[in-house]
Unconditional design. Structure first.
Length: 224
C-alpha cells in the first residue's frame, strides 16, 4: 500500500492532468536568472516583492503543498493580518484552491503553481518570510525515489536564508522515517528544533484522518 500512496496523493490533488508551466521572460532575464536571484534582478528591495504580490507590507507566511487548501483557508480566516502565499506543483489543485479563496473573498491569500524549490531558492527574498508550513509532503516511499523528497539540505538552507529573525519552519507528517529525514535535512541546513515555538492550530484534513490514524509526527524549527 505504501508504494501507491504518493501517486494517490498526486492524483487526488488534481482535477485534471497537470500541464507544464510556460515562462514568458525576455532572453536576457532568463540568462540573469541562471546566476542571479530573481528578486535582485527585477526588484529594488526585499520588501518590494511581497508589497507587489499583496499590495501591503503585512507579514508573509508560506505553505508548501497546500493540497485542497484546508489548512491555508483556516489560517487565512483566523489571521487576516497575515499574508499567506501557497506554492503547489499540481496545477489542478491550484485552480481548486484559488476557486475556494475567491468564493471566501480572502484578500490575504495567493496561490502559485510552481516548483517550491525553485521559488524558495530563486525568487523569495532573504529575511522576508515569517514562517513556512510543510504539512504531509509526498513521502516517495521507495528507496530509489527518496531523492525526490521535497526537503533536502539545499532547500533547508534556502528556508533558513529567507526566514525573518525569529521565523520558523513548521512540519508535520504521518511517517516517522520521513519526519526524521526532514529533521536531519533542516538541521544540516542550519535550523534547529524549537520546543517552545509551536505551529498555529490547524484543522485535521481528510488526508490526515485517512493516513495518520497511528499519529502525526510534527515539529517546529528555527535558525540556530
Amino acid at each position: 500500500m505504501g508504494s501507491n500512496r504518493g501517486a494517490n496523493r498526486r492524483e487526488a490533488a488534481a482535477g485534471r492532468p497537470d500541464a507544464p508551466a510556460r515562462q514568458i521572460l525576455p532572453r536576457q532575464a532568463k540568462r540573469d536568472l541562471r546566476t542571479t536571484p530573481a528578486w535582485t534582478t527585477f526588484l529594488p528591495s526585499v520588501s518590494a516583492l511581497w508589497s507587489f504580490v499583496f499590495g501591503n507590507d503585512r507579514p508573509v507566511e508560506i505553505e508548501i503543498g497546500p493540497g485542497r487548501g484546508d489548512v491555508l483557508m483556516t489560517f487565512a480566516a483566523a489571521r487576516p493580518e497575515v499574508n499567506f502565499f501557497a506554492i503547489e506543483h499540481v496545477r489542478g489543485a491550484v485552480e481548486y484552491v484559488q476557486a475556494r479563496v475567491a468564493h471566501a473573498g480572502f484578500e490575504n491569500v495567493r496561490v502559485l503553481a510552481a516548483d517550491a524549490r525553485c521559488v524558495v531558492t530563486r525568487i523569495v527574498p532573504p529575511a522576508s518570510v515569517a514562517a513556512y508550513h510543510v504539512y504531509f509532503p509526498d513521502p516517495w516511499p521507495k528507496r530509489r525515489h527518496r531523492k525526490r523528497r521535497l526537503v533536502d539540505v539545499a532547500l533547508a538552507a534556502a528556508l533558513r536564508r529567507t526566514l525573518v529573525p525569529g521565523g520558523a519552519v513548521h512540519v508535520a507528517t504521518d511517517l516517522r522515517d520521513l519526519f526524521e529525514d526532514i529533521r536531519a535535512a533542516l538541521v544540516a541546513g542550519g535550523l534547529q528544533p524549537s520546543p517552545t515555538q509551536a505551529a498555529p492550530a490547524r484543522p485535521v484534513t481528510r488526508f490526515e484522518r485517512k493516513y495518520a490514524a497511528a499519529g502525526t509526527h510534527a515539529g517546529s524549527f528555527v535558525a540556530g
